[in-house]
Design a protein around this ligand. Sequence first.
Ligand code: ATP
Ligand code: MG
Length: 246
Amino acid sequence: MIRKDPLVDLLIHDLTGPLSVVSTSINNLLNKEDRFGPIPDAQRETLERILRNANKAKMLLQEMIEVYRSDEGLFRKDEVIIAEVLKESLLDAAEIINPDFASQLSRAGSERKFVDILSKNGISLEVSGRYSQHPFAHDRKKIQQIIRNLITNALKYRKEKMKLSIGGDLDLVITVEDDGEGIPQEKQDYIFKRFFHLKNKTECGAEGLGFGLSCVKSLVETMRGEIVLKSGEGEGSRFTVRVPPL
Ligand SMILES: Nc1ncnc2c1ncn2[C@@H]1O[C@H](COP(=O)(O)OP(=O)(O)OP(=O)(O)O)[C@@H](O)[C@H]1O
Ligand SMILES: [Mg+2]
C-alpha cells in the first residue's frame, strides 16, 4: 500500500495543468509553422527535447494517479492484447532511455522489422502460453505501467542484453532479464522502496527518481499478484511478475 499524503495529492493535481500547457504550447510551435513561423533545425531539436521531458513528467504524474486509483481497488476490466502492450511499452521505455532508438522503432513499419531492430539492439522477445493467442482480462494501463518500468530499468542497467518473456496459462507471467551488474542480496529488499538508488548514475547517464519499482510492487500487490527478483552481484537481474486475471 502506498501511504497517502494530502500534499502529494495536491502536488499531482496542481502540476498536471501547467505541464499540459507546456506540452500543448510546444506541440503548437513544432506543428503549426503556418501560424507560428518556421523553426530552425537546431531549435527544433531543443524544443523536441523539452516536449519529451514535459511528457515524461506528465507520465510520471499519471503513474502516481494510477497507483492511487489501484490502491482503492479501482481497476478497469479491459481485454488486454499483450502484443500491443509490449510494443507500446518498448516504445515508451526506448523514448526514456534513447530517443534515437525510439524513433527507429516507431518508423519500423512491419512487425518483422520491429523485432529485427530490437534484436540488433540486444533485445529479445518471447511470447508463449495462452496470452500469445488470447487477450488477458485486466487493466491495460496498469499492465503497461508494470512492463514499461521493468523494461526501462533493464535497458538502463544492462550491459548489452535484455530479454522480455511473456507466458502463463491462467495468470499472466512477465519476465524481464538483463545482463547488468545485478543487485547484491542484501540490497534486494531496498530497491522496492521509494526513492532508493543503488548508484546515482548509470552508464547511459539516465537518472531516475527511484520511484518505478515501488509503484510496480504496490500495483502488483493490489492486483493480488507477486513480484520476484533473482539476482546477485555481477549476475544480471531477473524480475518475474505474476498477475491473476481480473
Ligand atoms: N535491472 C536492474 N539492474 C540493476 N539495478 C537495478 C535494476 N532495476 C532497478 N535497479 C536498482 O533499483 C533502484 C530502484 O529502481 P527504480 O525503478 O525504483 O528507480 P529508478 O529506475 O532509479 O528511477 P525511476 O524508475 O523512478 O525513473 C535503481 O535506482 C537501481 O539502483
Ligand atoms: Mg526505474
